[in-house]
Design a protein around this ligand. Sequence first.
Ligand code: NAI
Length: 234
Amino acid sequence: MKTDCSSVKNIAGRVRFGGSTLEEKEISQAVISRLPRYFRYLGELKDEGVERISSQDLSELMRVTASQIRQDFNNFGGFGQQGYGYNVEYLYDEIGKILGLDRQHNFVIIGAGNLGRALGNYMNFERRGFIFRGMFDQNPDLVGQEVRGVKVMPMEELESFIRENEIDIAALTIPKTSALDVVERLVKTPIRAIWNFAHVDLNVPEGIQVENVHLSDSLMKLSYNINRYLKEQV
Ligand code: NAI
């Protein structure tokens, strides 16, 4: 089964949330997709030493309506107290738990080319609990090279490395022509999720989550918005 939303089970377009302190409840995909942005903003506020924030101030900062914020948070029990606003650290931690960020995820990158190296070099994933453990490539010239202290390994070692290092996420930064063969190998390992940058849809067994990332989709949205704006100006 192909799924696009990680860490939560998709039930007919909705997800079931089972928090440790909150009752199990169905949450829409739209709400889930907004949580990382809340988490990012709250992380920045926390780093700046902000202890509490009203939904109005958060709404101005994030440019979403205060009622949207309240509605979203009500899915998880509210998080706020009337007249007090939101406790930034508490809210950050709770949203982190909902997103499954209160536990560490070990990941490997398959494909040590331009994109794979760019991802491997990005330090901030660690801050969110995503630990870059290994990198693989079929090109023997790349094997042994290092990306941020992590050695590129040959593909022959993929399965044993995943098993021995409790890897739960594999990022696929290889061409689509090779992706399906690699996925066939991955699904036989204890991997839990594939972060798929290859331009091909993957069919994986239930229990393996797939998140497709297509930067060009984002560019096309941008192009649409440029067009729309220009038309409005005429
Ligand atoms: P690249 O050519 O620099 O790197 C690809 C690497 O994959 C090479 O080192 C190659 O040896 C390795 N590789 C190929 N087949 C393999 C296999 N079966 N097993 C292990 N390693 C294998 O290409 P780049 O720029 O890093 O892009 C990688 C892929 O990601 C491309 O197919 C591209 O279309 C895609 N891409 C996707 C984006 C997105 O937003 N989804 C954005 C940019 C690239």
